[in-house]
Design a binder for this molecule. Structure first.
Ligand code: UDP
Ligand code: GLC
Length: 433
């Protein structure tokens, strides 16, 4: 399902000189040494479109680690075998994209960029500037062999936008973040929105919350399209009790949190809430994927300090999330800052398990304003504890909501719908270039 924020989607980019339909520079346009090269590129690409060929897509990602955005990319590329992925580093993503039939082009000097934190100071970033320049040149070379560049992350977009435009290729930015003050500093928001206005023909976001934040940061509403994340889940027909036995999970009241360990994901709030709900256990699934090891250690210390070490079970990073979800009494989604989307919400809905989520970012959109799950305010362990206690006291009272959630997820958040919507945008953007 695709929702276009505005019908007027002008793909012009300040980095690209105005041209007529044949790709010739507009009257009065200065014709420098690059002009004829540009005209040749335009003819090449017109020929590709006239032949009805699919655009050659260059997918760009800055990290090889699989979190939500990379899992979305893994599913999004399925209809694009033969496309190329330019990856800043090797890893699970490269393997998954190779399996999908993509050609992997690894940046020779990209490794380690995903470790550069969003709030890194300019001084800390300086040593990597040479590396970034090398990457930009490499991306420009890769972009030249493609018709369109699809940047799947903020860092990928920042690095790929100008090189792609300089070689005349249109850019799609799949923005998986919420550009608000909780996640980014003011300057970062301004730079990202301005660069998007300058260089991105299309910005794809997974939710209305993400679209609104982009526009509030100064991004042009006419370029934004909402494509909700879509995924399919293979469910295990076994009962929750049988699954628990197989998975080595305890009997009795049990909830789960299924997110990477990071302060904004709010696992600490669940531990605090647990202290107020006797006998309730919680599995904490996920690990510190992007260097948040101090937070991971703090979570364990917090559980111990509250006397909950035997009730908070840290399972680490798992590849069997759907089965684990099916085995628990409820999934808690406790993000303390606005969530751009939250695949785990949809996974829980598809698993047919009650969801309790914080009302921040996209949760309310996904959970139908609370009709498909329980919404609680973020950073409020007391309110979460009340919601948990209510659920455990009368699980049947949640059955209708959980059914509605599953139907809703099947209708709105399937992988095929997402793939079709993304393919349409890729074709449209390439055709407009
Ligand atoms: N996930 C996983 N194993 C884990 C923890 C999480 O496979 O141990 C998956 C989870 O099922 C979901 C994704 O990681 O598909 C997280 O995506 P989400 O959009 O919820 O959040 P993100 O981490 O990208 O912010
Ligand atoms: C990001 C967001 C998450 C979203 C995922 C896929 O990792 O934090 O909310 O679901 O991207 O779009």
């Amino acid at each position: 399902m695709t929702q276009v924020l505005s019908a007027n989607r002008n793909a012009s980019c300040a980095a690209a000189p105005p041209q007529d339909e044949a790709g010739v520079a507009a009257p009065g346009q200065e014709r420098g040494p690059g002009a004829s090269r540009l005209a040749t590129r335009q003819q090449d690409r017109s020929a590709i479109r006239a032949d009805g060929h699919r655009p050659r897509v260059l997918f760009v990602s800055h990290t090889g680690t699989m979190s939500g955005a990379e899992l979305v990319l893994r599913d999004a590329v399925r209809p694009w075998p033969g496309a190329t992925a330019y990856l800043f580093e090797d890893g699970n993503l490269a393997e998954a994209l190779r399996d999908a039939g993509l050609t992997i082009r690894l940046a020779r000097r990209g490794t380690g960029l995903s470790g550069l934190r969003r709030d890194a100071s300019v001084l800390r970033a300086l040593p990597v500037l040479g590396q970034l320049a090398g990457l930009a040149l490499d991306i420009a070379r890769a972009a030249r062999g493609s018709d369109i560049v699809y940047a799947n992350s903020q860092k990928a977009f920042l690095l790929a936008a100008l090189p792609a435009r300089l070689v005349g290729r249109p850019v799609i930015w799949h923005l998986h973040d919420i550009l608000d003050s909780a996640h980014f500093g003011r300057i970062q928001r301004i730079v990202q929105a301005r660069l998007a206005n300058l260089c991105a023909a299309t910005i794809i976001v997974p939710s209305r919350a993400a679209a609104e934040a982009f526009v509030a940061a100064g991004g042009r509403p006419t370029r934004v399209t909402i494509v909700p994340n879509g995924l399919d889940l293979e469910l295990d027909p076994k009962s929750p009790a049988a699954l628990r036995a197989e998975l080595g999970l305890p009997a009795g009241p049990l909830v789960g949190v299924f997110s990477r360990l990071a302060p904004w994901k709010g696992q600490d709030v669940v531990i605090d809430a647990l202290a107020e709900v006797p006998n309730l256990r919680c599995i904490v699934v996920g690990s510190a994927l992007f260097g948040e090891d101090a937070y991971a250690a703090e979570l364990r210390a917090r559980a111990a300090a509250r006397g909950l070490s035997d009730r908070v079970l840290f399972l680490g990073q798992r590849s069997d999330v759907p089965r684990l979800m099916q085995a628990v009494d409820a999934v808690v989604h406790p993000s303390v800052d606005p969530e751009p989307f939250g695949r785990t919400l949809v996974e829980a809905m598809l698993a047919g398990v009650p969801v309790i989520a914080t009302d921040a970012g996209a949760s309310s959109e996904i959970l139908d304003g609370g009709a498909a799950g329980t919404l609680v305010p973020p950073r409020r362990p007391d309110r979460l504890a009340v919601a948990l206690a209510e659920l455990l006291a009368d699980p049947d009272a949640f059955a209708a909501r959980t059914h509605h959630a599953r139907d809703r997820a099947l209708t709105l958040y399937g992988a095929a719908g997402m793939q079709a919507a993304l393919a349409k945008l890729i074709h449209e953007t390439a055709a407009r270039a």
